[in-house]
Design a protein around this ligand. Structure first.
Ligand SMILES: Cc1ncc(COP(=O)(O)O)c(C=O)c1O
Length: 386
C-alpha cells in the first residue's frame, strides 16, 4: 500500500520481511501444536516458542527464558499483573499518564477493595520519582508505571522508581508496550518485578502477540486468569503451578510467536541503540519542523532524549479527527487522533476531551516522510490562519 504510515504507536507497520517469511514458513512447514503431540513437527513448534522466550529474555536481561510468559498483547499481561496479583486491602500507586490497559483493571479492582493512588505528572507528562515516596503506605503492594507515554511520548524515570520500590519492598510493574524494542530495557538494573510488553509494536511481531516477564518466585503470588490444557501434567485436574505453564493454557498463537521471534531477532540484529537513535532523529526533525508554525502546540518534553518517537500536537483548536481525515485524504498519511485510550494522560496534559493529533514514527519511516508530514501540518495551519 502506497501511504505514509505514522501510526506506529498503535502497531508497527510495515513489518520486516523476515517476520513475514518466518510466519509463512511456520504455516507451510510446521503448523503443529507445541508441547502437545509426540511428533517431530510439534517438537519443532515447541522449539520455536522456546527460542522466542530465549530471545526475549536476552533482550530484557531476564535471568531465565522461563521467566517469560506469552499473552495475546500487553493488555492481557497487565490484567494478569493486576487482577491476578492484587487482593482487597492492598494499596497501589500509579501515574496519571497511564493507558486504560492499566487504569481500567485498577479502577475495577477499586470496586473490590483495592486502594489506588494516582501520582500526578506535569503537563509534559513527566513524573518526579520522589513524588512517589510520600504516597507509600504500610499496605502498598505495587507501583504500576508506564515506561513511556503513548500520548506525550514522555519516557518515565523507571530506574529511579524501581529503586524506590525496592527500597520499600514494594513490587514494581512496568508497562513496556511503547518501549520494548524501541529503547533498552534491563529488568535487573531497573529493578522491574513485572514487565508487560506487546509484540506488535516495536518488537515488529504480528498482532495477537505479547507477554509478561515475572521475577522468579513471583508466579506463586499470582493467579492465572485462564486455566486449562497446557500439554503438561495431564494426569492432574489442577492447573500446573510452575512457569510458564501456569499462565499459558490453551493452544498458543504459535504462528504469531514465530513472527515475534523474527521481530526480536531483527531488533537485536539492527541494534536497539541504533533503532532508538534513528527513530528519535525522525521525531525530532518533525517536532522542529512543526514547532515553527504559529498556533501549533506540540506536547511532551522539549528534550529529545526524554521522549520516544510519539508526537502529539494540536493545530489552532482544530478538531484532531478533522485533521486526521485531511492527512489521510490529501497526503496519504495515516495518523491517530483523539484520546488514544489514555484519558488520564490527556487530562494531565490539558487536552481532554478533544485529544490530540498523534504522529508516531517507526524504523521504516524516511526523512521524506517527515518532510511530507511537516508540509501537511503546515498546509492545515495556513488554512486555519486564513
Ligand atoms: C502505554 C500502552 N500500554 C498498553 C497498551 C496496550 O497494548 P496492547 O494493544 O498490545 O494490549 C498500549 C497500546 O496502545 C500502550 O500504548
Amino acid at each position: 500500500m502506497d501511504c505514509i504510515y505514522l501510526d506506529n504507536a498503535a502497531t508497527s507497520w510495515p513489518k520486516p520481511r523476515e517476520v513475514i517469511t518466518a510466519m509463512k514458513d511456520y504455516q507451510e512447514n510446521l503448523g503443529a501444536s507445541p508441547g502437545r503431540s509426540g511428533h517431530r513437527l510439534a517438537i519443532e513448534a515447541g522449539r520455536t516458542v522456546l527460542d522466542a522466550r530465549i530471545a526475549l529474555a536476552e533482550l530484557f536481561n531476564a535471568p531465565s527464558p522461563l521467566d517469560i510468559i506469552f499473552t495475546k498483547n500487553a493488555t492481557e499481561a497487565l490484567n494478569i499483573s493486576t487482577l491476578g496479583l492484587l487482593r482487597a486491602g492492598d494499596h497501589v500507586i500509579t501515574s496519571s499518564m497511564e493507558h486504560n490497559s492499566i487504569m481500567r483493571p485498577l479502577r475495577f479492582l477499586e470496586t473490590r477493595g483495592v486502594e489506588v493512588t494516582v501520582a500526578r505528572c506535569s503537563p509534559e507528562g513527566e513524573l518526579d520519582p520522589e513524588d512517589i515516596r510520600p504516597l507509600i503506605k504500610n499496605n502498598t503492594r505495587a507501583i504500576y508505571l508506564t515506561h513511556a507515554s503513548n500520548v506525550s511520548g514522555t519516557i518515565m524515570p523507571v530506574e529511579r522508581a524501581g529503586a524506590i520500590a525496592r527500597e520499600h519492598g514494594i513490587l514494581f510493574c512496568v508497562d513496556a508496550a511503547q518501549t520494548a524494542g524501541a529503547i533498552p530495557i534491563d529488568v535487573e538494573r531497573m529493578n522491574i518485578d513485572l514487565l508487560a510488553f506487546t509484540g506488535h509494536k516495536s518488537l515488529f511481531g504480528p498482532s495477537g502477540t505479547g507477554g509478561l516477564y515475572l521475577r522468579k518466585g513471583l508466579d506463586r503470588e499470582i493467579d492465572p486468569l485462564i486455566m486449562g490444557g497446557t500439554g503438561s501434567r495431564s494426569e492432574f485436574e489442577d492447573q500446573p503451578d510452575f512457569m510458564p505453564d501456569k499462565f499459558e493454557s490453551g493452544t498458543p498463537n504459535t504462528i504469531g510467536i514465530a513472527g515475534l521471534l523474527a521481530g526480536v531477532r531483527f531488533v537485536m540484529g539492527s541494534g536497539i541503540e541504533a533503532i532508538e537513535e534513528r527513530e528519535r532523529g525522525l521525531a525530532f526533525s518533525f517536532i522542529q519542523g512543526i514547532s515553527s508554525f504559529e498556533g501549533v502546540t506540540v506536547y511532551g518534553p522539549a528534550a529529545a532524549v526524554k521522549r520516544i518517537p510519539v508526537v502529539s500536537f494540536n493545530i489552532n483548536g482544530m478538531s484532531p479527527s478533522d485533521a486526521a481525515l485531511f492527512f489521510d485524504e490529501k497526503y496519504n498519511i495515516m495518523t491517530r487522533p483523539g484520546l488514544h485510550c489514555a484519558p488520564s494522560a490527556h487530562r494531565t496534559m490539558g487536552t481532554f476531551p478533544i485529544g490530540t493529533n498523534r504522529m508516531s514514527f517507526g524504523f521504516f519511516n524516511s526523512d521524506a516522510d517527515v518532510r511530507t508530514a511537516i508540509e501537511a501540518v503546515g498546509e492545515l495551519h495556513d488554512y486555519k490562519n486564513q
